[in-house]
Design a protein around this ligand. Structure first.
Ligand code: SF4
Length: 369
């Protein structure tokens, strides 16, 4: 991955900066990362080798730009114009700029920026909900051809559904924090953000676990060397249409434990069959009700990204609907939270059978079979 660092050093501006890796790395060699200076690589994209060819070639991939600073840092205002000139000249390369200063973007763009340049992707970071709600409306309003969102280090659960729904965010990346003083990253936050991306059909990249990772109630200290590979292994990145959740390993809950948990939920335990539901079941017979359940599951839950996911199961109108809410088999988010069945994949025949069996189990328990 080509990296172009035209200047080095930065100033901390938000909670995500607390354990900034630029500061950590500089400290380890006795350097002060708050001193910002132009590097010897300022013109790197224009440099050529002895054969007269550019050293940075399009086939080597996206050029990650300003990775040891922030491209929109005020101290670098006098140097940025030169970078835009270089980016303009190297229209054959694609430049990716990640910033915590999206609010400075409008005052920092060149005169001929127009509605954005095709060869530039701008990623706004948002480590928490406050930063998301401040920065993402700005990101969406700006003239940018390629927009991404990065939540790294992810410091809390964030909801960015309304921003994803605009269809103007091309990818979301998230990850935990690295380093000795790393703050915790909870896998549930990662899964929730992933679910939002799946619902919006936006690619999601789970980049790294970070050094302190909470999963299934246990804290893990993860060695730097495997933070990225562990995230990759989890299979939790998502590309629409690629059935990516198939790689995720999971264990279905024990049936008695599941029903005990459901009984403790105020929301789930309030569902019960009405007299009409009981009459309907008795008229149709359990085999027919099970076939209805199988049909609903196949149509409304089984697709990789079911339409209106989260709202596809009515609250009444059929005993199976009640059973679905009572057993958390009503949408893909609930299937993941309660049954561990990953979102973002087509449900297998076995998974569909399992869901139907849970639904029928609840109905039989209601009928005291
Ligand atoms: S903006 Fe980025 S590079 Fe600058 S201090 Fe914050 S984390 Fe570090």
């Amino acid at each position: 991955m080509p990296i172009w660092n035209p200047w080095h050093g930065c100033h901390k501006i938000s909670p995500g900066c607390r354990n900034c890796y630029v500061y950590r790395r500089d400290e380890s060699i006795g350097k002060d990362a708050s001193i910002v200076s132009k590097t010897g690589y300022y013109e790197l994209p224009l440099k050529k080798n002895r054969q007269g060819e550019y050293k940075l070639r399009p086939e080597d991939g996206v050029v990650y730009t300003c990775m040891t600073s922030d491209f929109f840092l005020d101290v670098a205002d006098d140097w940025r114009h030169g970078c835009w000139d270089i980016i303009r000249q190297r229209s054959d390369l694609h430049f990716h700029i990640i910033t915590k200063r999206i609010d400075r973007f409008a005052e920092c763009i060149p005169d001929d920026w127009g509605d954005g340049w095709d060869n530039v992707t701008i990623s706004s970071t948002c480590e928490d909900q406050d930063r998301a709600d401040y920065r993402l409306p700005i990101l969406l309003d700006l003239p940018i051809k390629h927009r991404r969102v990065i939540s790294e280090p992810m410091l809390e659960e964030i909801n960015i559904e309304k921003y994803l729904a605009t269809g103007r965010i091309e990818q979301v990346t998230c990850g935990g924090e690295s380093g000795a003083k790393a703050r915790l990253c909870d896998f549930n936050w990662v899964k929730e953000l992933r679910r939002q991306c799946i619902r919006a059909g936006v690619p999601f990249y789970f980049k790294q676990t970070g050094a302190l990772f909470l999963k299934d109630g246990r804290k893990y200290h993860i060695d730097r060397k495997i933070q990225m590979s562990q995230a990759t292994k989890s299979g939790y990145s998502y590309t629409p249409g690629e059935n990516s959740g198939a790689a995720i390993r999971y264990t279905l809950p024990d049936r008695n434990t599941l029903f005990a948990r459901l009984a403790k939920s105020d929301f789930r335990s309030r569902f019960h069959l009405s007299g009409d539901d009981r009459d309907y079941i008795s008229e149709k017979g359990l085999a027919v009700i099970a076939s209805h359940a199988a049909d609903f599951v196949a149509k409304k839950l089984a697709p990789e990204n079911p339409p209106k996911d989260g709202k596809q199961t009515p609250m009444r109108g059929h005993p199976v609907f009640l059973a679905q809410h009572a057993t958390a088999c009503c949408c893909r988010g609930c299937l993941e939270k309660w049954h561990n069945i990953p979102s973002g994949k087509v449900l297998t025949a076995e998974e569909q059978e399992y869901i139907v069996s849970v639904i029928m189990d609840w109905i039989k328990r209601e009928l005291h079979y």
